[in-house]
Design a protein around this ligand. Structure first.
Ligand SMILES: [Fe+2]
Ligand SMILES: [Fe+2]
Length: 445
């Protein structure tokens, strides 16, 4: 059996190439994936589409996010690479409803509308659709082999793209085995608890940790100066990017080490837990700014840390992986499945870890209640913001963190934040484009 390297096409982007030994891949929940190929010219591409069309009234937007504006770009690129539109063939997948059918789902049937727009555009160009597997309720994976031009649409739970099980040698992960995040990050996170968020001595603190300092400078240089250098001290960084952004980068780097250390039981992609954390953090920050119910930085920090408990349980989940996937990708709730299989769940494990680390109560409450924010006795609005962000981010970036999306409570939760389903497109539109790409942390700066 030939082994092919896989290229994960992030949401809101496309990849076009000539024949080569590579498999293009997209994990699709409510997003729609379209593979277009011209076998004669040996040119093909895969497009991972987020939404049907731009939100009305918005003048600046990323055209690749939307089927109506991105498909012409995709087609243009294929033609430039040598494809002939009259010879193109198509495979369409995704557009899941992401939950049980209800009135709300129908209103939120973004995936279905995206698939419609795709079919309309392809029809207009007379492009033959060989396979169309849209709708349904599950995350699927569209694979397109750039060498053989073979394609497949499979349920995500059967995908073999997960890392092989690592030998645990019987070592059982417990709270004490989790290496704490660096002091400076803990300090920043704790400062959120004190209302005066003024990190006067931030650069002094960051400088004390050489590893974090080096990572922060590397990040700033790649994000601000495209890798050409320019920022060579933490003081420079502070001056150029400001103290809030510096604090965001420091905490992200700290969490990255922790999340990337873990196994892959909860994620379908490498580095998925970290990607998910950054994504939820940035979406939470935007929602907090839109609704004004929490400080955006507090929402960012709570979003970044909400799934810390998965680090604790990951090793157990890894051991029971195929069964675990099947359970959570079916009709079962993640927390219930964890309770049944592991006799605990990631919200409880994370709660214990966060208390042990003496994180602020806003973060502890978010970790504990983000799957049922209604139960939070403190910081209800903040917990709700992170919960909604978790749901939304999962809808558009399904691979990094596995769990079934609960759409039923979304409307009620948005209401609590003074928002409604009609604000939904504006929220989705506010998601920074890089969050969905392979380098989500670039969206922080
Ligand atoms: Fe979670
Ligand atoms: Fe999550």
């Amino acid at each position: 059996m030939t082994y092919y390297q896989k290229f994960h096409v992030p949401a809101g982007t496309f990849q076009v190439d000539a024949r080569k030994p590579l498999v293009l891949q997209a994990y699709l929940n409510s997003c729609v994936g379209v593979a277009l190929f011209d076998p004669e010219a040996g040119v093909a591409g895969l497009y991972h589409i987020l939404l049907p069309e731009p939100v009305s009234g918005k003048t600046e937007y990323n055209r690749e996010k939307y089927a109506s504006t991105g498909l012409p770009l995709f087609l243009g690129r294929l033609v430039r690479e040598g494809a002939d539109i009259s010879r193109l063939q198509a495979v369409i997948a995704g557009g899941a409803l992401a939950g049980k059918v209800s009135n709300q789902d129908i209103r939120l049937d973004i995936g279905g509308r995206t698939a419609e727009v795709v079919k309309e555009v392809l029809g207009k160009h007379g492009i033959q659709v060989l396979l169309s597997e849209t709708g349904g309720f599950f995350t699927c994976c569209l694979n397109f082999n750039l060498e053989t031009f073979e394609y497949e649409v499979i349920p995500a739970l059967l995908s073999e793209d997960t890392q092989p099980d690592e030998e645990t040698n019987g070592r059982i992960s417990c709270l004490d085995d989790i290496q704490p995040i660096p002091q400076v990050a803990l300090k920043i996170l704790r400062m959120i608890g004190e209302d005066s968020y003024g990190i006067q001595n931030l650069s002094q603190e960051v400088r004390k940790d050489q590893v974090i300092s080096a990572q922060v400078l590397k990040h700033c240089n790649s994000a601000v100066f495209a890798g050409k250098g320019g920022i060579d001290s933490i003081d420079d960084a502070l001056l150029i990017i400001g103290q809030t952004t510096l604090a965001k980068i420091v905490t992200a780097m700290a969490v990255k080490k922790l999340l990337n250390n873990s196994y892959t039981g909860y994620s379908l992609t490498k580095g998925g837990l970290y990607h998910h954390a950054i994504g939820v953090a940035l979406v939470a920050e935007k929602i907090a700014a839109l609704c004004g119910k929490a400080s955006p930085f507090a929402a960012y920090s709570a979003g970044l840390t909400h799934d810390l408990g998965k680090v604790v349980l990951d090793q157990f989940v890894s051991g029971a992986r195929p069964f675990f996937y099947r359970e959570i990708m079916g009709e079962n709730d993640l927390v219930e499945t964890e309770n049944r299989l592991l006799k605990t769940n990631h919200t409880k494990a994370g709660f214990k870890l966060a208390r042990k680390w003496e994180l602020p109560s806003s973060i502890i409450n978010t970790i504990r209640h983000h799957h049922a924010p209604e139960e939070a006795e403190e910081h209800l609005e903040l917990v709700t913001i992170v919960s909604v962000s978790d749901t939304l981010f999962h809808m558009f970036s399904a691979g990094p963190s596995l769990h079934k999306v609960d759409m039923n409570s979304l409307s009620r939760r948005l209401e609590l934040l003074g928002m409604s389903i009609s604000d939904f497109p504006a929220i989705v539109d506010a998601i920074p484009h890089q969050v969905l790409s392979g380098s989500p942390e670039l969206a922080i700066t």
